[in-house]
Design a binder for this molecule. Structure first.
Ligand code: C5P
Length: 399
């Protein structure tokens, strides 16, 4: 099953309506779509569902309505507001809707809604007369105009015995519609492996041959792929960067280590993006003791490293293969030749050598070349460029 909420953090705000009894099931349906769920309960919602039930299904302590010194010292309202990729209010009562309209910050849940930059979705749930009430109607219009995502309500038999519009959507439907919200141009449900950084080819226990790759581009692509819903494995050479969230990271040192790490789980991958600046050669011997400066001259004999990307692309059951080509001149010509030689689906040619793009710089520009197209991704910071690249890969795979 494609998990459309993979890597997404959903903050579920439960307000005080009878449909709150369905929220433990909602938490489970959201989790089944890959979401990480935390729950904030409004003051009176505890009359309809217990915090313990929601804690048990979400696997996290439930946040109560009160903003006490104790609650604020853990994950306080600002942390919760920042944590969420989306705030989902379900059930959304007439009272909660009215409080959202006026920007009330009278308890934890409403305060988080005012404090968050994340989108807010609401699944209204109330008696059909309350739903059709003029004030509720106008309030809902205000929320829609502000861009809130409105899920439902459904129409049918209600808990109060009446029949009409106002019933909360079923948990499965809410989870599915929330997934639709994140689906655009994404890599949801795809497994992606990315190599990044330099490699270190040891000469002796303290010396080695490496290069200036910072790893930034590969890490940015890993983050963008995770944000687009992919399950990401990042195989990284030595860098100073902290690992992007939601990625499985495998640290390696040499080209041979990287080759082993990639090959051991490449069969599970749908996409392979080779961003690492892998050393082409390694010293033929790795001395087990520090080499002494006894001689006037020293010669280092080197042997060729395996080409990880070419080996992956040559597999009988191969993922969609994306390579990088750092070129100083004749960029399209050299990169196209590399695409053919290594049997790739896509190659991202970097313009290196100038001072403004390429190794160690924040900005980059890419020419994206497939077997039958050439496209420019203009100069941007590496995170913006990574998002463009991820979108381009997902579009190319649909062709
Ligand atoms: O042949 P060249 O080194 O220019 O190719 C660059 C591309 O191939 C990059 O995507 C790089 O990550 C990958 N590569 C590799 N293993 C090597 C050398 C390069 O995966 N040994």
């Amino acid at each position: 099953m494609t998990k459309r909420l993979n890597n997404k953090r959903v903050l579920l705000g439960v307000s005080a309506g009878i449909a709150a009894y369905k929220t433990p099931d909602l938490v489970r349906k959201l989790a089944a779509q890959g979401a990480e769920v935390r729950v904030v309960m409004s003051k009176n919602s505890e009359q309809f569902v217990t915090p313990l039930a929601l804690q048990a299904v979400s696997g996290h302590e439930v946040h109560h309505y009160a903003m006490t010194a104790d609650s604020e010292s853990g994950m306080g309202h600002i942390d919760l507001a920042r944590w969420a990729d989306i705030v989902l209010i379900a059930p959304g009562t007439a009272n909660m809707i009215a409080r959202l309209v006026i920007g009330s910050a009278d308890e934890l849940l409403t305060t988080v809604c005012v404090a968050t930059e994340a989108p807010i979705a609401i699944a209204p749930a109330m008696n059909q007369q309350m739903w059709q009430n003029a004030a509720t109607n106008e309030n809902m219009q205000t929320l829609r105009d502000r861009g809130l995502l409105v899920l439902g309500p459904d129409s049918g038999e209600q808990a109060c015995g009446e029949v009409g519009p106002g019933r909360m959507l079923q948990p499965e439907e809410i989870a599915s519609r929330l997934g639709d919200h994140f689906l655009n141009g994404s890599l949801s449900g795809q497994s992606v492996m990315i190599t990044a950084g330099p490699t270190w080819e040891a000469l002796d226990p303290v010396r080695g041959i490496t290069n200036h790759s910072s790893g930034l581009m590969g890490y940015a692509i890993a983050q963008a792929a995770a944000e687009a819903g992919a399950s990401v494995t990042l195989v990284s050479g030595p860098t100073n960067l902290s690992k992007p969230e939601h990625c499985q990271a495998i640290d390696v040192v040499s080209a041979l280590d990287m080759h082993d790490a990639v090959m051991s789980s490449i069969e599970e991958q749908d996409i392979f993006i080779a961003v690492a600046a892998v050393a082409d050669y390694r010293p033929s011997t790795n001395a087990d003791k520090k080499i002494k400066k006894d001689n006037e001259e020293m010669t280092i004999s080197m042997v060729k490293n395996p080409d990880i990307l070419a080996d992956v692309a040559a597999l009988a059951k191969r993922p969609f293969c994306v390579g990088f080509a750092a070129e100083t001149n004749d960029v399209v010509e050299y990169a196209t030749a590399k695409l053919r030689r290594k049997n790739l689906d896509l190659i991202a040619a970097n313009h290196v050598g100038g001072s403004e793009t390429g190794f160690g710089t924040a900005d980059n520009a890419i020419t994206l070349i497939s077997k039958n197209s050439v496209r420019e991704l203009p100069k941007a910071n590496k995170y913006a460029l990574a998002r463009d690249l991820v979108e381009a890969i997902s579009n190319e795979m649909k062709k």
